[in-house]
Each structure stands twice: as C-alpha cells, then as structure tokens.
Design a binder for this molecule. Sequence first.
Ligand SMILES: C[S@@+](CC[C@H](N)C(=O)[O-])C[C@H]1O[C@@H](n2cnc3c(N)ncnc32)[C@H](O)[C@@H]1O
Length: 511
Amino acid sequence: MENNLFLSYSSQTDISHRKKFGQFFTPLVIAKFMARWLLANKHQNFLDPAFGLGIFVEQLEGFKDFKSLMAYEVDNHIYSFAKAHFSADYISLKNSDYLQDWGLGEIDAVICNPPYMKFQNFTEKDEILANIQKNLGIKVSGYTNTASAFLLKSVSELKEGGRLAYIMPFEFMNAGYGEAVKDYLLRSGEIEAFIQVDCEKEAFSEVVTSVGIILFHKKKNPNKDISFFAVKSLDELGHFEKIIPIRTVSRKLIQARDKWAKYFSKEEINLKFEHLVPLKSYGNFSRGIATGANSYFSFSESKVRQNNMPKSSLVPCITKSNQIKGAIFDQSDLNKLISLDSEIYLVNLESNSSSDDIKRYIAQGEKDGIHLRYLTKMRSPWYKLEKRKPSGLLFGVFSRNGYKVIRNTTEAVCLTCYHGFNLKADYSKYLDLLFFYLLSDAGNKIMQINMRKYGDGLDKFEPNDLNDSLVPSPEWFSSVDKIDIKAELEIIKGTGKISFSLNQIFEDLLK
Ligand SMILES: C[S@@+](CC[C@H](N)C(=O)[O-])C[C@H]1O[C@@H](n2cnc3c(N)ncnc32)[C@H](O)[C@@H]1O
C-alpha cells in the first residue's frame, strides 16, 4: 500500500473507528506472498471481500494474468479514500456489506484479510448466520466471528479449481464454533497450508489474537494431506517453497472436531529402536540407469516401428517419473503405456549391434553427436548401457510433500527418475512387507528422521539416505500377526494406501 494513503487515512481517522470496522492493514510482504500464490495458478478474476486501502489489488496489478477485481468495503469513510485512489475500470469496488450480498457466482480466486470481530454484538448476526445456513447448508454457532463467516462465504463462492488466500485468526482451530468451519474446509477442497505468523508483533502489531494465513484450493475430491507451517520472520515468506512444514497431517486422520492448533508444534517421534534396523540390512537402493541421452535411447512403439528396431533389442523401462501413477505398477499398467505410445523401452544397441537397422541407428546417433555427450563419450562403446535388474521396489527421486514408493511387479527397469531396490538373496519375502511399511503413517514418520530434506518443497532423495533409514527388523515382522499380503496389495491398488488395521500394526514401532 502506498504509505501516503495509509498515513493520510490514519491521520484523519480515529482509532475507535478503525477498531469498530476491524481495520488492521496487511503488511506488504504478506500481501505480496498471498498474491503470488494465487497468481501462480494463472487466475484472472479476483475477489477481495474486505478492501480497506486496497493493498491486495496493488500486489495483483501488473501481473499479466490478472484481469479484474471485485471488492467490498462496508465503511463509507475508508471507502471514500479508497475510491478516490483506485479508479481503474478493472476494479469494481462496492460500498456494501460483503456478508449480506449473496449470489456472486463462481469466483476464480479470493484474497482477503477479513475484519475480526465477535458476532455477539452484531445487529445483523441472525440474518447473516441464517444466510450461511441457507446457502452453505451448514449450521454455524453464534460464537462464530466475522472472519470465519467471511471465510465460509468465500469458500462457497469459489469455482471448482479456484484458490483462496486468507489472513485468519487461528482461534477457530481450537474453538467450539470452529468445528463447522474446519468441517466445511475439509469437505470443500484442499488446505495447501496453514501458516502461523509467529512474528505477529512485527506483522500485526495492533492485533491481539494469533494470526495466520490459509492457502486453500477448491476441489471436488480432496485428498492432499494438510501441512502446518510457522514463520518466524516475514522474510521467510519470500522463499516459502523452501520452508519445511512443522507437521503434515494425514487427511484421512484429521478430524474437524479435533483441536488443530497442536499441529503447529513439533511432534516428538519416539522410536522403539529394538524393533528397527537400517534398510541396508535387507538390500540397497541404487539409482536408475543414466543413459546420457534419454531421448536417443528411449523408444515408444511408434519409434520402434519407424526405426525398424528388432524386438530383441528392447528392454521395458520406466523413462519418466509420471509414467507411474499408482503405488503398484503391474503388467496391465505397462501394457497401457505401450498402447498409449509412451516411451517405455530402452534400446540395447550393444547386444544387437550386428543388425543392419541397429547399425543404422548407431550411425544416426553419431551423426547427431550423441557419442560426444558427457556420459556417452566415457563409455566404450559409447552406446553401452549400465546394467540393472528390474527392481520390485522403486522410490521416486523427486517428490513433493513426502515420498513416492512403488511396488513394481513388471520386468521394467527404470531411468534415473527412480531409485530401485536390490534385495539381498533370501530376503524376497520381505519385499511386500517393506513396501507396506513405507506406505504406513509410522513408516512415513520414521523415514523422515533420516532424510534430511524430507518435507522441503521439492525433495530429492539420495540412495544413501534411504539405505540408512530405519525399517522394521525381520524379528519384528515375524512377531506381528500374519499380514494378508494379497488382500493388502488389492487395497493398495484401489486406494493407494494400506488398510487401516495394518497401519495400526506399524504404529507399534513408535513409543
Ligand atoms: C482487516 S481490514 C483489511 C483491509 C485490507 N484488505 C488490508 O488487507 O489491508 C478489513 C476491512 O474490511 C472492512 N469491512 C468490515 N466489515 C465488512 C463487511 N461486512 N463487508 C465488507 N467490508 C467490511 C473494514 O472496514 C476494513 O477496511
């Protein structure tokens, strides 16, 4: 916000007037951060339900995707300041009560610092609550505050896929009235982040209650787990992607009726070390095949036909991370990729180098300078492939919010997008059990102890971090009730998760 506008407004306005309307202004860094998050999704048409002196539109303006802003401001006094300052035709600023204006239609993105006031003293309280009930189909308590009412209404107005960034007092997380708010958020989409602003005094010097930011994404079938962050200085918002959440709580386990404020403090993970051994006692992860020229060595069915490659030269191979969608990769998934003409083969030129077609392809590679690449020029012959056996357990090298582990039941090898597990001889019966453990909540918690970067925005996992991480010992596996492997695999195929009862069994590894 232009400092001048704020200065002239505050010099002409009594603090009691500002308090009456909940006029606490957003610091620039926070406004910038919220606008940036919304704009990352290329939204065009925005809503600011509590305009004040317009800090948000100032952050949105100038971005090429931003097209328009609809805004509300109930206070005539501040409205007249704002109106004189913001006259652009892409801003439609209404001098009216946001909570009383229903039927806005579907909004792309909402950005808001709502007024915080207790509802008890509101004359229009009953009407507002009745309208929320009518329009959202939920009953909210009279103890709800204006900020929560704003939030609920805005969530309901978002279109499918729309985003919302809200500054909120986090009081609703533990308060009784908050259950309806949490329930509505959970049902309406994905909470990308709750960010507690620990430097409240720096951020909101005039505010008494604990304040934070909600980043929310409207979605029909929400499934993302919920991350709780805390920032100690506003500068941290400038590189938020690198900030590790204090906790990420499983969406399946989080309940609206629970008090959520506890998730802002670190959970102590106490392990039963007597049941745990390093993963390397079962085998080890190693990186996938590095070709030095993936597009040259990778083949789809149509590329095979075009180049007349002999079948004997083709090795099924996962060439890209997104070729695997589920937690289990089986022959039908592989066949599907083949029929979709995905690049799902690697060509072994060396073992077929007497074929004329292969000779031609090698010559083509040399014409294109493939043999001069960093890795190929160190090999002899330059098209020699690294040797890898198909691995039954794959681990995604890059991942957001946790890790990606896959049970591969095919003969496909993989490129460097996955690390593959090489099981020691005689340990094959543990492969599925280790896979189940890695999918369990306890496994997720225990694994993060060894993986330094776990929880960062985009994680990169190194084979050695994985090999040193702790997994249940063979003795522990034989001490628990027999696990129905076939049934669990079926559940995972359908849901991506292990059964609730097996998940509970792994909890035994934690104190
Ligand atoms: C917390 S301030 C935020 C102002 C500005 N968006 C910012 O972030 O700096 C909330 C603003 O909402 C206005 N307001 C309060 N109740 C409102 C209502 N029912 N409808 C629309 N605006 C309201 C207040 O006058 C105040 O300007």
